[in-house]
Design a binder for this molecule. Structure first.
Ligand SMILES: NCc1cccc(Nc2n[nH]c3ncnc(Nc4cccc(O)c4)c23)c1
Length: 232
């Protein structure tokens, strides 16, 4: 998160850090006791290794009462996701066991009604992604409030030039923005997860490249289907 602020500790108890060998790679969030939603692109440089999921954390390094690292039983990238574009950029992770829910670990509901969030709506995004252009990583969770911009503005030829589908949404990226390592985190509007951070152009903090999110509502049936089939 570029030019955000430190989140109030444990006030975003749904936040997950997807890790490999103890290193934060991507964000994610708890959508059910045994399920975390993130971005499919996060599996690009993992050459088949499974993530570990850190829940209940504010600091990535300091001991905290309800901080716990969960093993992942299985990862389900959306079948339509691919490395060449940011279509269907969603990843479901089934934890090895149900997460222990408490004050610092809680499920975040996601939007099921497929209707665009109104432009200028203020939403919030959080993550342990880089906080400057030299790639400095924060130890503590950062947050940022950003206004939604309309798909028409986001699709302008000087912005994302028609690549924003009805399954995506955008927020203003002037100076304050998401960046490397924030992918997979939730865009929360009115207490409900409306989108999942996707890297797309990888550019951070440039108003000509608004931040892009995969809208969750269009994928509610896929999410329910995977959870139902894997839970058995
Ligand atoms: N703002 C959109 C957005 C959301 C999520 C991730 C991203 N960026 C990135 N995702 N993956 C990346 N791998 C390498 N570099 C990256 N961005 C980068 C790095 C240093 C300086 C800078 O200005 C931008 C990214 C960008």
């Amino acid at each position: 998160i570029l030019r955000g602020s430190e989140a109030r500790p444990h006030l975003k108890p749904y936040m997950a850090s997807l890790q490999l060998d103890g290193q934060h790679v991507c964000g994610g969030f708890l959508i059910a006791e045994q399920w975390v939603l993130s971005a499919a692109h996060c599996t690009e440089e993992t050459d088949g290794k499974l993530f570990q999921v850190l829940l209940g954390a504010h600091s990535l390094t300091e001991p905290e009462p309800h901080k716990r690292l969960y093993q992942v039983r299985a990862q389900f990238p959306h079948p339509g996701s691919n490395i060449h574009n940011n279509k269907d950029d969603l990843l479901l992770l089934q934890l090895e066991e149900k997460a222990e829910l408490n004050a610092d670990v809680r499920v975040l509901p996601f939007q099921r009604e497929d209707r665009d969030v109104a432009p200028d709506t203020m939403c919030e995004v959080a993550g342990w992604g880089t906080i400057d252009h030299s790639g400095t990583r924060p130890d503590k969770l950062q947050q940022l409030e950003r206004p939604v911009i309309s798909r028409d503005v986001c699709n302008h030829r000087t912005r994302h030039d028609g690549t924003i589908t009805k399954n995506m949404m955008c927020t203003d990226s002037r100076r304050r923005d998401t960046c490397k390592g924030d992918s997979g985190g939730p865009l929360v509007c009115g207490g409900v997860a409306e989108g999942v951070v996707t890297a797309s152009s990888r550019v951070c903090g440039n108003y000509k490249k608004p931040a892009i999110y995969t809208r969750i509502a269009p994928y509610a049936a896929w999410i329910d289907g995977v959870m139902a089939s894997a839970d058995g």
